[in-house]
Design a protein around this ligand. Sequence first.
Ligand SMILES: Cc1ncc(C[n+]2csc(CCOP(=O)(O)OP(=O)(O)O)c2C)c(N)n1
Ligand SMILES: [Mg+2]
Length: 558
Amino acid sequence: MAKQLPKTKAVNVADYIVERLAAEGIDHCFGVAGDYAFPICDAVDSSAKVKWIGCANELNASYAADGYARIRGAAMLATTYGVGELSAINGVMGAKAERSLVFHVAGMPSYQHQRLHKIAHHTLGDGVFGNFVELSAGAACCHAVINPENCVVEMERIIAEARRNHQPAYIAVPSDYALSPVVSADVKPIVPRSNEAALQKAMAIIAERINKAKSIVAIPAFTISRLGLQKEAQKAIEALGCPFVTTLMEKCIIGESHPQFAGMYAGAVSEPKTRQIIEGADLVLDLGGVNLNDITTAAYSGQLDLSRFVTIGLDDVRIGDQVIANVRLEDVLSELAKLKPSSAPYKGKPQELAPVNGKPSDKITMAALYPRYAAFLRAGDTVVLETGSSSLGVTPTILPDGVRVEAQVLWGSIGWATPAAFGVALADPSRRTILITGEGSHQLTANDVGAMGRFGANVIVFVLNNSGYLIERALEENPDWTYNDLASWNYAELPKALGCANWYTARVTTLGELDKAMKAARSGKTGAYIEIIGGKMDMPPALAFAHGQLKAMYGDTP
Ligand SMILES: Cc1ncc(C[n+]2csc(CCOP(=O)(O)OP(=O)(O)O)c2C)c(N)n1
Ligand SMILES: [Mg+2]
């Protein structure tokens, strides 16, 4: 990470903030302009390092920033006071839940107007200006209200704290202060580091647990990919020689053809061998803090003994009731990588891609669709998966090595994936970004397909049109409630209407048409948009399983 502090001489507060965030490896700012945020927007627009990426609304911008942060390690989001920042809260809160580092910079009314308690637009008309700071701060792990004197010091504190937790930070800037010269201060970037003694203590306990254990399994958690530590985690797992499993949240975090890969763990829907390996292990090395929620455990259907876990968090190690603080995940991984396995490494059964099935004239079934995605995807692709039946279809499907998967499994806010795919595509144009979404989710945020076209993000979009909210139909006794129906859009016409004039588009109802469209999308250099017509109740097996587990998912009917 480039860590050069901007020179402060004659630089205004807004310029300083933009420069300082640029030094964190950020070169795009997602947002929607507004008068209180003009100084921030101007600072971005005039910056040689950070490009302004206007989104259709702030919710989309926050999702796009989350997607970008997952690839780059951090992102910048700019909104205006009240109306803008509040629209972004769902997306920023999701980034907090999923440990994605978004710097949310919001423009506030001027200090002068705050001091005079002016009745101003975007307020409750009460002369109070602190109403929203607490709300936006609640979606972050730290926050600061900036003035010219505190700017330099506060930026270092905020950046260090956000990096320590790997969660969003909220930075509120009154519009007149934003234009004032920054007061320089003698500071150095604070890089989170382990306390050496604590690290040695943690490693001694971990080594003892490893030596005693007859069977060990590792779970590299989703945080590993948020922090960009995939290679380090792989080295540690190879040094340990033990099998590793993933949950839905870590799909493809390490290539699925890795010999030590023992499958995806999802409670009772796991392969029996995978389930036995993790549920029967003496020691579960949780690398990063895996999230065992209702989705990742298939409605709490597994039998994990948490007393056998050693959890290496971002900033601490937990073994039962013992917590060793000030130990960084990256340091533990590099210590683990020095170990020598006591026996030959685990060798699992090679995971194979599912064979492509069906005749060209067949209608598109889910049984034929998911193996086609697996055959379509290749190394160098980043797949962004939306909540809904699609993610439950793709995640159990083995994918080729070199495919990266991003999904918002825990927060699960539908509409996330479309702008997130936009952010992912801008974050790394050397990879091809593939969006897989249901049409119901897409309706929430589809307007930013326009931004993909405008900024040259050549995403390949697959929209599954199955006449409504299939996942919700499956999660209820009665699939026919009208609230699971949708306005029937002509999805394949959206790119053209939204200004993506040169995109490849198709609406496919048969496997032959799908195969042809996939080929065309792959060979083109522009974005592509494929609307897939699926059956109203045709669902992947994982969803059918959930349908039979409604009590476990939601508790008994009172
Ligand atoms: C912001 C938000 N609103 C509502 C929900 C509840 N919800 C979860 S999935 C879903 C429907 C998804 O439908 P679609 O995208 O069409 O996917 P399908 O399951 O039909 O393939 C809804 C409404 C949610 N998760 N997030
Ligand atoms: Mg649907």
